[in-house]
Design a protein around this ligand. Structure first.
Ligand SMILES: [Zn+2]
Ligand SMILES: [Zn+2]
Length: 562
């Protein structure tokens, strides 16, 4: 039996406070809890904040203050800045994630209100949709007396829960792409009992059971995750949700994310391990966390080798998603696993095997990414190509391509290696030897003196081994690339014609973006390029938008997951 981890990558994590507001909710001094997490050697910490509510949706405690205010509005608006400040302050010491708990308050004003609040969550890592209030204006998670009042209005336990599930379904439909996660799905159990029809929802023919089964299926069909929330346990109502709901969620392949929903510094880290044991009991071996709205897979086990494999998997998912529109990103991808990753075939129900091929392939519609942490083995075949030794600085590669293009020579494959001493080597195979290669070399030796130490064409060269240890993009859409990943990667699909790549390289050179590594591939008339680069995101994205109609795809990929 593998050991269960004692750290979790939280989603519904620590509630950031409402600062100067009159009814306290969450933690105001965020530094205190970050310090605590660093002290515990945790790699990451996650904050969450409630979107502000309309004044007609208030808890008794808030009404009792008799102060007119929009609860938490100020602190909500300041929240992204507060997180940014924290990230600047703590730098690399800890990874700080943040999200929003978006309040459901009906499909009229409430929906527009929430929609207006989503702009503050634009750079957030995730958004959870939660129902805390009934349309009657009473909370499900307030006091017992508030719950009893609502129970009286609705007439029965079944009607009470039925209303809540209706609101959940309505919320999911109306919020649509605004949320990634459904919050505490059985929240009302905090204050009222769960009726038999719900406890036994798998078998019951009661309309409430049917309603609930439908809700879970909607969550599955919309690729949302389920919040497994330890606040319920903390408050004595039991973890949200109960085990049989979680088991059904697992059957439906609904991903779960975990959170303690902490509101006080002293409870930080409480129930981390218990949350993993809880989902394991329901059959889960992994869960998700989020970076920039993209789900990351996390193992429940304290197993270093397995964690490394998940890291590779997450990098692949991030790469593929960043090639897609935000709508396409929501679709759960298909997987293939081979070699040391084969154990994932059992974990992901629809995954296929790739035998001994030691890699992960992630597929969505007609796009795929194949990735591995195995260093590629160099082949010993003889090749024709151009060897270059040159200065390792922006613009040099562009200059080489410029000269080749001027002679009508198209580069077929390229590989690059920095010697980390200010020089670099490159090897290019050329589409066709049209006789002008000598001219190109002479031209470069004549004009770019000082940039190139040596430039030679060979027709029986052994492919040099430029591979070092790292995570490799092996293929893009099944086209071999074998790029060692850096912090930032550019991926393109373009017309494979002379001069097209020069546009990209020249664009990067114009803004001093350095190319660390570079691979080309092609299939039919389409060229593929993968470049590891260093430079400013905004500048690079701006350039990538201007490459022209011969580029079918040009994306800057950044890695946020750890
Ligand atoms: Zn909540
Ligand atoms: Zn919460």
């Amino acid at each position: 039996m593998k050991k269960i981890n004692d750290f979790i990558w939280e989603t519904h994590g620590i509630h950031a406070g409402t600062e100067q507001d009159h009814v306290k909710h969450g933690i105001d001094r965020l530094e205190d809890i970050v310090d605590k997490a660093i002290e515990a050697k945790h790699p990451s910490i996650t904050f969450i904040i409630h979107s502000p509510r309309l004044t007609s949706f208030r808890y008794l405690a808030e009404m009792d203050t008799n102060v007119k205010f929009i609860r938490g509005n100020e602190s909500y608006l300041n929240y992204p800045r507060r997180i940014q400040n924290l990230r600047e302050k703590y730098g690399d010491r800890i990874n700080i994630k943040y999200g929003v708990e978006l309040e459901w308050m009906g499909d009229d004003l409430g929906l527009q209100w929430s929609r207006s609040k989503i702009f503050q969550a634009e750079d957030a890592d995730f958004v959870i949709g939660s129902v805390h209030f009934a349309p009657e204006g009473l909370p499900y998670d307030g006091t017992k007396e508030e719950a009893n009042e609502l129970l009286k209005m609705r007439g029965s336990l079944e009607a009470y829960w039925n209303g809540y599930f209706n609101e959940m379904i309505q919320m999911i439909e109306c919020f649509g792409d605004m949320i990634q996660i459904v919050g505490h799905i059985d929240l009302p159990k905090l204050n009222v009992d769960m009726p038999e029809a719900l406890l036994n929802f798998e078998n019951s023919s009661h309309p409430l059971a049917n309603k609930f089964r439908t809700l879970l299926e909607i969550i599955a069909d919309r690729n949302l995750s389920l919040d497994v929330n330890m606040a319920g346990k903390f408050k004595g109502a039991g973890v949200y949700p109960i085990q049989n709901i979680l088991r059904r969620a697992n059957e439906l392949q609904i991903p779960v994310c975990l959170g303690t929903d902490t509101h006080h510094v002293r409870y930080y880290g409480l129930n981390f391990k218990e949350s993993l044991e809880y989902i394991h009991e329901a059959g889960y071996q992994n869960y998700v966390s989020y970076s920039k709205l993209i789900p990351e897979k996390r193992t429940i086990f304290d197993d270093h080798a397995l964690k490394v494999k998940y890291t590779v998997l997450n990098k692949g998912i991030e790469m593929l998603n960043q090639r897609l529109t935000s709508k396409q990103r929501r679709i759960i991808p298909d997987f293939s696993f081979g070699g040391s990753y084969s154990e994932f075939v059992d974990i992901y129900k629809n995954a296929t095997g790739m035998g001994d091929y030691n890699a992960v392939r992630i597929r969505k519609s007609d796009k795929s990414i194949t990735i591995s942490n195995e260093t590629p083995v160099p082949s010993n075949e003889k090749v024709k190509g151009l060897f270059s030794e040159h200065l390792d600085k922006p613009g040099v590669i562009s200059s080489l391509f410029n000269t080749l293009a001027s002679e009508g020579i198209n580069v077929e494959t390229a590989r690059l290696k920095s010697n980390n001493d200010g020089t670099a080597v490159a090897f290019l195979t050329l589409e066709s030897e049209n006789g002008n290669i000598k001219n190109a070399i002479e031209f470069i030796n004549g004009t770019d003196v000082g940039l190139f130490n040596s430039l030679t064409y060979r027709d029986d060269a052994i492919l040099p081994n430029y591979y070092r240890e790292g995570v490799y993009l092996l293929e893009m859409d099944g086209v071999e690339l074998k790029l060692a990943l850096g912090k930032k990667v550019i991926l393109t699909r373009h017309d494979n014609a002379p001069g097209v790549l020069l546009v990209l390289l020249s664009a990067l050179a114009s803004k001093n973006v350095n190319i660390i590594d570079f691979r080309l591939g092609k299939r039919n008339k389409i060229g593929y390029s993968a470049l590891a680069v260093e430079g400013d995101n905004n500048i690079i994205n701006n350039l990538l938008n201007k490459l022209g109609p011969h580029y079918y795809e040009a994306n800057l990929i950044e890695f946020h997951s750890m």
